[in-house]
Ligand binder design. Structure first.
Ligand code: FES
Length: 125
């Protein structure tokens, strides 16, 4: 059951080899998230409009292995942008995936860039 987690590995901006065109920026809710699919991965993309930033992470919450993080509330924990899982409120840093309110393994995060109102998510392969 843990194997599905193996699909998701954090990608550093310097390691990106593929910028996947996800959608128009205007397709994402302000201060909220949406799920995109890249190959066999579900990726949660967040439009952190109040900070003028974008983030991406695995959509899979590692707590109960549910594909739900894109529906989580985003916010900030002492200056760290975070997402709270909508099911049991485990929270994860959107900067490095760390579980901020527990000791779960970090989730995978991915670089995001916006060009010409289009959202790209970076992958390394
Ligand atoms: S499934 Fe996400 S916190 Fe439980």
């Amino acid at each position: 059951m843990d194997n599905i987690l193996d699909k998701y590995k954090t990608v550093a901006a310097s390691d990106v080899t593929v910028w996947f065109e996800a959608a128009k920026a205007s397709d994402f809710p302000k201060n909220g998230g949406a799920c995109i699919k890249y190959k066999d991965k579900q990726i949660a993309v967040f439009n952190f409009a109040r900070e003028g930033k974008w983030y991406a992470c695995q959509n899979l919450c590692p707590h109960k292995m549910e594909m739900v993080l894109s529906r989580g509330m985003i916010g900030d924990d002492k200056g760290i942008p975070k997402v709270a899982c909508p099911l049991h409120k485990k929270t994860f840093s959107l900067e490095n995936g760390t579980n901020l309110n527990g000791d779960m393994e970090a989730i995978a995060t991915y670089p995001v860039k916006i060009e010409n109102d289009t959202v790209y998510v970076g992958f390394a392969e």
